[in-house]
Design a protein around this ligand. Structure first.
Ligand SMILES: Nc1nc2c(ncn2[C@@H]2O[C@H](COP(=O)(O)OP(=O)(O)O)[C@@H](O)[C@H]2O)c(=O)[nH]1
Ligand SMILES: [Mg+2]
Length: 312
């Protein structure tokens, strides 16, 4: 599985405005340090640390960054506010840069199967719509599988998206067996020469254990038809979840082996720093960030681009 889908970027201004609340939080923290910069005192550093923590960078990461700044300042490596900003940006980029590819993993021969998971309301269905839109724009044949059969209206919601985007959908009735939907979808995808099959799943069942068991079963059912699938297991995390997201990643990863994270709802939260906490604590790459509710409101995650958009 060597191929990765090309990276698709939103206009930089869209990323910037998506990050507006996080930007504001960090800018006020930085501003107070700049003002007092002649003597970069403990007071100012404390305020910067607070701003980083409030942006959900994580207590550990914030402390480490502040320590590094303090050290660099003492050694005369940070002389003015521009240098401080540059230093901070560099620290964040270092944490966020990923060794792994950030594009979507593609099958050697179609169909590529993307299994999408995440807690209820995290933004799964909306993320699916955006990924599907990506591929359709690229001229690929896309199919959705409505395996969230638990929540009433979930099937209908996905159906509406499929019509809007212009792609196929395989669905059963609400309350049906999600594994059976996935199985039928894989079969249909092979028969119809589909390039990309995206499987929606439930985010909540009667218990957490039930949910994990069901997700594992869906994955197994897919593999019965296509042994190397799913090629991508995308976990959708609501950016507002903040520090809790690390627990979610671990839980889902244990059950289904997550290969990529889609951080949804970055717009409208000041907790954009959560991406730093996720990177520091999980080895799974953040592949996409969600910037709104429309099919175009998505950006491929790129550390340098992300940090630049946060500060420039
Ligand atoms: N502002 C914003 N809203 C989003 C984003 N992603 C999802 N939503 C909204 O969050 C709500 C739940 O999304 P949905 O995709 O249905 O979540 P699901 O339960 O995981 O399938 C919906 O109202 C979406 O429109 C995003 O990136 N930005
Ligand atoms: Mg849904």
């Amino acid at each position: 599985m060597a191929a990765f889908f090309k990276k698709l970027f939103a206009p930089i201004d869209q990323l910037k405005s998506g990050l507006a609340k996080t930007r504001k939080k960090l800018a006020s923290g930085l501003g107070s340090v700049f003002k007092a910069f002649n003597r970069i005192d403990e007071d100012a550093l404390e305020r910067l640390e607070e701003a980083l923590i409030e942006a959900d960078v994580g207590v550990d990461a914030a402390a480490q960054i502040i320590d590094d700044i303090r050290k660099a300042h003492k050694e005369g490596r940070i002389e003015d506010s521009q240098a401080l900003k540059g230093f901070l940006k560099n620290e964040l980029k270092k944490i966020l840069r990923q060794t792994t590819e950030t594009g979507i993993r593609m099958a050697d021969s179609p169909p590529t199967v993307i299994l999408v998971a995440g807690v209820n309301g995290s933004g799964k269905t909306t993320a699916i719509a955006r990924l599907a839109h990506f591929f359709v724009q690229d001229g690929r044949k896309v199919m959705l599988a409505a395996s969230d059969t638990f929540r009433a209206a979930a099937v209908e919601q996905l159906d509406i998206w499929s019509k809007r985007i212009g792609c196929d959908i395989v669905k059963h009735k609400t309350g049906g067996d999600p594994g059976a939907v996935a199985y039928d979808a894989v079969e249909a995808a092979i028969a119809r020469g589909i390039d990309v099959l995206i499987v929606d799943t439930a985010g909540r069942l009667h218990t957490k254990e039930n949910l994990m068991r069901e997700l594992t079963k869906i994955k197994r059912v897919i593999q019965r038809k296509l042994p190397d699938a799913p090629h991508e297991v995308m976990l959708i995390i609501d950016a507002n979840t903040g520090q809790n997201s690390i627990q979610q990643v671990k839980l889902f990863d244990e059950a289904i082996g997550v290969t990529g994270i889609f951080l949804a709802k970055l717009d409208g939260t000041a907790k954009g720093g959560a991406v730093v906490a996720i990177r520091r604590n999980c080895s799974i790459p953040v592949k996409f960030v969600g910037l709104g509710e429309q099919p175009e409101d998505v950006d491929t995650f790129d550390a340098d681009r992300f940090v630049d958009a946060m500060f420039d």
